[in-house]
Design a protein around this ligand. Structure first.
Ligand code: ZN
Length: 505
């Protein structure tokens, strides 16, 4: 009998199959990146066919009976290994992926894909025309298909658990409800206090677009961007896509009128760094990537907000920014920090500031649950949306274009995705507290423009773990608890007390 130290022969066969699945996925990522950055618009239809074929091949390989047989053969060996052992983790995590993929009938997968590609152009037009009723039948259809998808996982306590599980393994609706209730109460009170003070205006431009790009690249390099393994390109919506650990693509877009593009690059570099600092032992295993949408978002938000809107960071970068962008020379550090941290409830989620953003997510979470339960009819969704915006953010929604039709997610049929954004903010605050406890010099280092200690800490504690641990397990190990909104609320209260003199209750 082979010792548990030497993997059984079946493990080598498993690896070959898993590497193939990972390669097919990487090919889709290259094509997806190309589609958003380089492809001429006329290529869209042909690209859609290629991506569909690759996706089908990947799915077929994942649900292949021989792969399942290999996993079964390796299970008892894997159980005797420590939980984080590479081989054991590969068997366990791939088994989970296989089980989930096998549960969903191929015709349902095809219907889901078809429904979202049918809905997308209708949603785009409906948003342009401010015509919710035109989109409503497609939302009905997506909702009905997601109910059927959830029903493939009858063991879930709540159907929404099954949907969230695609983005946030292990997170339950019960836990999310409790977290969002705490977040909602804390933020509504905070925002009421902050709004009592007049919000400062954002920094006024003009800001040269090429200079902004050059500055963003300098900052990105300080975080971990190097030309050998990274690219920064242009796209309509900034995003990050890693093809491999050593091939990370981020995109940005800059406007002459505001500095949002700089923060978007910090955000995307945070995503990219998570992929770039994976453990090489997990290359081509499907485990060498972010563990969940929420943890991924925690990495982008940590660099964008915790580092990128902080006093130490800008005490280093503001003089450099002022050299490149003369419009900033009228601001001192305090004025600049107030301007980039202004709290101003807005209609649009993607424009929201650090304090109001999570409330946009709370609203979507509550509405998705009600839609899925059937307690809210699709026809009544716009009114419920507008009511929610009034209660949570105190804003009046003038039309559905800037209300219920603003996001692409429901057109895609992606229900259960939104919570991950808020869980990212929550985890970023927890991880930041853990990092600053371990790295007492961190603020001084950031004030010298040196992010290397934080980068190394994240690599060791979060990035290199890959998908070996579930998100809740990972957070508990690093921070002592699973998703907990208290550190985020504490941070925001302290920050706005310092910036605006709002009461730090
Ligand atoms: Zn993000």
């Amino acid at each position: 009998m082979p010792s548990p130290e030497t993997p059984p022969p079946a493990f080598a066969a498993l690896r070959v199959r898993v590497e193939e699945i990972d390669d097919l996925d990487a090919a889709q990522r290259v094509l997806g990146w190309d589609q958003e950055t380089m492809m001429p618009p006329g290529g869209a239809a042909a690209r859609g066919e290629v991506l569909a074929t690759l996706s089908r091949l990947g799915h077929e390989r994942l649900v292949d009976d021989e792969l399942l047989a290999l996993l079964r053969e390796l299970e008892s060996w894997a159980r005797e290994r420590p939980r984080e052992d590479d081989g054991a983790a590969i068997v366990r995590v791939v088994r989970r992926d296989v089980d989930r993929a096998r549960r969903v009938p191929p015709e349902l997968t095809a219907q889901l894909a078809r429904a979202s590609s049918d809905a997308l152009p209708v949603w785009k037009q409906a948003r342009e025309d401010d015509d919710f009723p035109a989109f409503a039948p497609h939302l009905e259809r997506n909702l009905e298909l997601r109910r059927r998808l959830a029903a493939c996982f009858p063991e879930a306590e709540h159907p929404y658990d099954a949907l969230m599980d695609f983005y946030e393994p292990g997170l339950t609706t019960t836990a999310a409800r409790a977290t969002f209730a705490e977040l909602r109460a804390g933020l509504v009170a905070l925002i009421a206090d902050v709004r009592a003070a007049e919000p400062p205006a954002p920094p006024g431009g003009p800001f040269d677009v090429d200079e902004q790009r050059a500055l963003a690249l300098e900052m990105a390099r300080a975080i971990g961007f190097d030309e050998r393994s990274w690219r920064l390109d242009r796209s309509v919506h900034p995003f990050s896509q890693s093809i491999a650990r050593t091939d990370v693509r981020v995109t940005g877009r800059f406007s002459e009128h505001e500095l949002g593009g700089l923060f978007a690059v910090l955000h995307e570099v945070g995503h990219g760094l998570y992929e770039h600092q994976q453990d090489p032992a997990l290359d081509r295993t499907t485990l060498g990537t972010g563990v969940s949408m929420g943890i991924h978002e925690s990495q982008s938000r940590l660099w964008e907000n915790r580092v990128g809107r902080s006093r130490p960071f800008w005490s280093h970068w503001l003089p450099r920014a002022q050299e490149r962008l003369p419009a900033l020379r009228t601001l001192d550090l305090g004025g600049f920090l107030r301007a980039i941290n202004a709290v101003r409830p807005t209609l649009i989620r993607v424009d929201a500031d650090e304090a109001t953003y999570p409330l946009h997510i709370v609203l979507r979470f509550e509405l998705e649950l009600a839609l899925l339960d059937g307690t809210l009819a699709v026809a009544d969704l716009p009114a419920a949306w507008n009511q929610g915006m009034r209660e949570l953010l105190g804003v009046e929604v003038p039309d559905d274009r800037r209300g219920v039709l603003q996001d692409i997610h429901w057109a895609f049929g992606e229900l259960g995705y939104f919570p991950s954004y808020a869980f990212g903010d929550i985890a970023a605050a927890q991880l930041w507290d853990a990092a600053t406890a371990d790295l007492p010099q961190l603020e001084d280092e950031l004030a010298r423009g040196d992010a290397s200690a934080l980068r190394a800490w994240l690599a060791a504690r979060v990035h290199r773990v890959g998908r070996r641990l579930e998100p809740g397990e990972l957070l508990r190990r690093v921070t002592g608890s699973t998703y907990d909104p208290a550190p985020l609320l504490r941070h925001l209260r302290a920050k706005f007390a310092e910036l605006y003199g709002a009461p730090a209750r």
